[in-house]
Structures are given as C-alpha cells and as structure tokens.
Design a protein around this ligand. Structure first.
Ligand code: SF4
Length: 369
C-alpha cells in the first residue's frame, strides 16, 4: 500500500494567515502540470507498492481545470496503475466549485472532496482574505452532493481574532447540518512571515487568548461528538468509517510519493522533499536535473517519528510493536502523564486523552529519545 500526494501551489490570491507554499502565478499552470507528469515518470522507482490513495493538495487544486487534473490522474494510471485505488481526493476552494466542475472531477474517478471553508462568518472570511462567502461554501457542499460525491470533508478554524464562542458554535452547527462525512478543525497559528503575524507583532489585532482557544476546543469536541463524529486524530473528526485514508497513511507510516514543488516523500528509509520554488522545480524537472533533498532516517529518528505520528491518533501507539526494553523506557517516561490521566494505557496501546490532544506537543516531545 502506498499513497501519492500531488502539490498544486496555485492560489487566486493569498490568505493573510497562509504558511503553505503557494503562488498566484496561475499562468504557469499548464507548464507545471507537464512537469508533474514528467516527475511521475522520473521517480517511478521510488514506490514499488500498489497505490491505494491519491491526494491533490495545495495551494488550491481547484484552480486547475478538470482536464489538467485528468492529465495528472492519467499519468499516475500509466506509470503506477490505479487498479488498487481506494480514495482520490481533490482539495477545492468553495468559489471554484460548480456542479459541472465537480461532475467533471467525478467522471475522472475523484471520490472525495476536501473543501477549505474555515468559517461560515462572512466578516471573518473577509478578514482572513478568503475569496468565498458563507453562502458559497454551503452551495459548494451541495454541488458535491448533487454531483454524486458524498465523501466530503470541510476545514474549519477556531481561535480567530474576534471569533466568539457563539460564532464558533454557529460554525459547528452549520458544518454538521451540511451532511458532510469529515471535518478537520485547526486552531489558528501565526505563521512567520505571514501578514497576520505582522499584524499581531504591530498590535493591530487582538489574538484569542489560551483560555478562549481551550474553551473552543472543548466546545468543538462536545458538539462534534454529539453529532456522531469520532475524534480520530488531533485535528480530524469523521463519521464512522469515513477517516481520510490518505492522511491516515501519514500517521501509520505508509510510504508515499510527493509530487510537485515543495512536496515531501517517505519510503520508510528516507524522507525527501522538492524545492519550495516554482522556477527551480519546473526547470529542474524539465532538464532532468532535479534531485530532491533527502534525509536518511536513523533508528532514533524512526522511533521518534513513530511516537510523534501515532500519538496524534485516538488509537495511539501499539505497545506490542516495541522491544521489551524500549517499552519499559517509554512507559517510564510516560508515568507522570499516565498518573495525570493525559496519557492512557489500554491492554495493547498507549494513547493521549481527548483533552490532552490540545496540549499534545509538550507531552509527545517529552517521550522522545
Ligand atoms: S487558499 Fe490555502 S494555500 Fe492558498 S493562500 Fe489561502 S490558505 Fe494559503
């Protein structure tokens, strides 16, 4: 089993909080898609496993036409085979979505849409620099249903400046009223170099304080649980059986090939990453001179990554996969958290409590060797 991630870096304009690699140079899209196909051919040896998931992320993949997305899917089929494909996701921005657009994606085999909504409050959407309104987000989800794609995820954010608990509650109620199967919800972070971070450092906005963010986290967990969602990863909730298979493969150590500028790959031995620059990426691929940067993983790296990734999930780490000596060491480091109830040990696994997901970074890093 393996996954392919395809990075589409184009955005119509930049949101003020964005920390992803993205560019507004959309005129380069046709050349970029050709480079993606060339990279798929050039790196064919990286994965020698059946491809079960494909994920178009960004940036904004819905800035590509269905024909351009189809060109990449066809290349994946030719070079890697799609016989074992279980999930094909395309991230979309609500204002790119029409019934025709989603129907065309469905005809290409796309069976999951991930929609960047963030909030259903129009004032906050404007503040964040998002291109869509709440109405457009609601209509976009309906267009997916109308086109026959019912495996829909939406992204939400909380801890936004000016967002009250009541506004967040409205977001949650609207989200769970849309018949979606998956919700990803992130606390706003202030990314270095972003306009939002500059506004904070110049005291032009009032960030949500820690207590407000913690209260929003609790209210989100309670609301989504009440609506039948399982909290299966720190930031991800789904209806039973509707986990993101592609993203789950990141947490369970499944190999994946990342194609495109800035994309990362992992094959259990090394991690590789492409340059975060459109021109360097495209000309490198065109001249067959692009060599992704690479890091060989030591046994310590592999152990720490496993702790970090598995403890992000509700299931946690399977203790029987550790040697007795390593298990003893881990459980000794975990003892204070087990006493405090932030870590929980079952007969087979070690996992974080739902409350501790919110403060997971400090706990997880203290378990590293
Ligand atoms: S749409 Fe996404 S990737 Fe593009 S600027 Fe906004 S947050 Fe960044």
């Amino acid at each position: 089993m393996a996954g392919i991630y395809v990075h589409i870096p184009f955005c119509a304009r930049r949101c003020i909080y964005c920390g992803f690699f993205s560019t507004v140079r959309e005129k380069e899209a046709a050349r970029y898609v050709n480079a993606l196909c060339a990279e798929l051919r050039q790196r064919k040896d990286y994965l020698n496993l059946p491809v079960t998931t494909v994920y178009f992320g960004g940036g904004t993949p819905s800035r590509l036409s269905p024909e351009q997305i189809g060109q990449v899917i066809e290349c994946i089929g030719t070079e890697y085979g799609l016989e074992n494909l279980q999930e094909l996701t395309v991230e979309c921005n609500p204002d790119d979505v029409t019934s025709d657009y989603v129907s065309a994606l469905r005809a290409l085999g796309v069976n999951r849409i991930s929609m960047g909504v963030q909030t259903f409050n129009d004032d906050l959407l404007r503040f964040l620099g998002r291109r869509h309104t709440a109405r457009q987000a609601i209509d976009a989800v309906q267009s997916c249903h109308d086109a026959g794609i019912h495996n829909i995820s939406i992204d939400l954010m909380y801890g936004l400046p000016g967002q009250t608990l009541a506004i967040q509650q409205q977001d949650l109620e609207t989200a769970t009223g849309l018949n979606v199967s998956h919700i990803s919800s992130y606390c706003l972070s202030y990314e270095e170099g972003s306009p939002l971070e500059r506004m904070r450092s110049e005291n032009r906005i009032v960030p949500a304080d820690d207590d407000t963010c913690a209260a929003m986290y609790d209210s989100m967990c309670n609301h989504l649980r009440g609506a039948g969602f399982e909290h299966y990863e720190i930031s991800n909730f789904c209806l039973p059986g509707c986990q993101s298979r592609h993203n789950s493969s990141y947490w369970d150590g499944t190999p994946y090939l990342g194609i495109g500028a800035g994309a990362h790959s992992y094959n259990t031995i090394s991690r590789q990453w492409n340059p975060n620059d459109l021109d360097t990426y495209m000309s490198g691929i065109e001249q067959s001179t692009l060599h992704p940067e690479s890091e060989l993983l030591t046994p310590t790296d592999r152990y720490n990554e496993r702790i970090m990734l598995t403890l992000r999930t509700a299931q946690g780490l399977n203790l029987s996969t550790l040697t007795p000596a390593t298990r003893t060491k881990l459980l000794t480091a975990a003892a204070p958290y087990l006493s405090a109830g932030t870590l929980i040990r079952t007969t087979t696994h070690l996992h974080l409590s739902e409350k501790a997901f919110f403060i997971s970074d400090a706990i997880i890093s203290s378990l590293f060797i």
